[in-house]
Design a protein around this ligand. Structure first.
Ligand code: HEC
Length: 189
């Protein structure tokens, strides 16, 4: 009887130490991608960064162009600069990828790993620093509204790493997003 108890105790110890080792296992690339996809989905990055398909239920992210930013070839409707500004309207296009407000006009960035037009040349540090500082690639110009980088500032490094790993795993889409237009230039569009 005593022997059975000892065997049982040793077995339990072995099982517990295995579980502990499992917890400390580094996450695999696939697990990181999966976590990143989950975070991107619940944080609503597709709302602004994915071109839309138009369905009777409303616009949904276009699975073929996921996170490729404001579609370069899409036409914008005419804009009356008098209707925007402080105390007036803020506007957006039908894809939810172009925005007008007191900051001028901005276009959501291409977050796919295309080297010329997306984040193909970015490393993890560029991404984390951009989300922490609100500056392009972490040291360039200010990232303008409505990009909610100030929310992502509170994300843990491991979560930002997962998001970046997922973005890098996407199908690269060649789509050159225009730079921002300052408020004084809106009338010349
Ligand atoms: C409400 C719309 C909106 C949402 C939601 C949004 N973005 Fe953005 N994002 C933008 C716009 C617009 C820009 C371009 C801003 C500019 O040109 O200054 C941008 C730019 C970026 C950039 C480029 C920054 C740089 O350094 O040039 C990255 C990276 C980015 N977004 C990642 C994300 C991620 C990841 C999420 C989800 C967690 C997200 N965005 C959610 C609108 C949005």
């Amino acid at each position: 009887m005593k022997l059975i108890m000892y065997v049982y105790l040793i077995l339990m110890l072995v099982i517990m130490s295995c579980q502990k080792a499992d917890e400390n296992q580094p996450v695999t690339q696939n697990e990181l991608i999966e976590k990143g996809e989950y975070l991107v989905t619940v944080a609503g990055c597709n709302d602004c960064h994915s071109p839309k398909k138009f369905t009777p239920e409303g616009p949904i992210p276009d699975g073929n162009l996921l996170l490729s930013g404001h579609p370069q070839k899409s036409e914008l409707p005419p804009l009356d600069p008098e209707s925007v500004g402080p105390g007036k309207w803020m506007l957006m296009n039908d894809h939810l990828t172009a925005f007008v407000g007191p900051w001028g006009m901005t276009f959501s960035a291409n977050l796919t790993p295309d080297e010329q037009t997306g984040i193909g040349m970015w490393n993890e540090e560029h991404f984390i620093n951009a989300m922490r500082s609100g500056k392009h690639m972490g040291k360039g110009r200010a990232i303008l509204p409505p990009m909610p980088w100030f929310n992502l500032t509170h994300a843990k490094d491991e979560d930002l790493k997962a998001i970046f790993t997922y973005l890098k795993s996407l199908k690269p889409v060649k789509n050159l997003v225009p730079g921002p237009i300052s408020p004084d230039k809106l009338g010349q569009m």
